[in-house]
Design a protein around this ligand. Sequence first.
Ligand code: AMP
Ligand code: MG
Length: 278
Amino acid sequence: MAKSVRDQLRWNGTLPDPRDTPGTKGKAQARKDLASIAPKLADLQERLFANAKVGGDRKVLLLLQGMDASGKDGTVKHVVGQVNPAGCRITSFGKPTKEELAHDFLWRTTNALPAAGQIGVFNRSQYEDVLVVRVHELVPRATWSRRYARINAWESRAVKSGASVVKVFLHISPDEQKQRLLERIDNPTKHWKVGTADIPERHRWADYQAAYLGALTRCSTDVAPWYVVPADRKWYRDWAVSSLLLETLSDLELGWPTPDGLDLKAMRKELVSEAASS
Ligand code: AMP
Ligand code: MG
């Protein structure tokens, strides 16, 4: 049997080449596969939503991390965009507000957890508190180093409450980031995406990679493993994240529920006779 995409991308201790495309037979085939994945994803999401209407507790949390221009926004648009937005809860985590800073670092992510039936999407996440915070020494080492265990416990609680957690590291190369940042600078419709910190942050590449390695190593657990998606090729990224979601939703084996106490036969009869008498 072919290895699942989850098995191929699960963090195994080494970073792949960001240009790799494991599990695919090239761009044309991946695009074709994606066209057949989309309706399946939409169907499964609707089942997830339907099951919550009758008391099901299942939900999915798709968490996206990656360097600037690694494709987090593109993934939300192209992958999450394949399903009904009514069943999604998308949250982007930027620099914490004053209010957020006054709380524990897990406060804002706890507030953004998906409800039963929803696909929650985190564009950046609690991991920023062991990534940017570590790189810039925004808190002492003793503080951020305690956070890995806190994050693991938090994710384990989310899983116990019915969430399937899909953590994706969009892994790009410095060369690809350079190209994407240049494209933004050269395209007036992309200037709004450019930040003054983009280049100084890029110069800390090695520090960020070390911080990512820490997060991958310390927080890839059985209940919530990390998946590393080589992300230099956008078509691969979209195929891979869509496939991870599809496998995760398929595992839930969701049927189409009928609410208790519905007498469909009687309702049908009433409607039919109404049509006949008017
Ligand atoms: P963007 O994704 O381009 O909108 O940028 C969001 C910015 O917020 C990034 O530079 C993040 O590193 C930063 N950010 C997110 N979470 C935190 C955090 N907990 N502490 C400090 N900066 C953060
Ligand atoms: Mg940015």
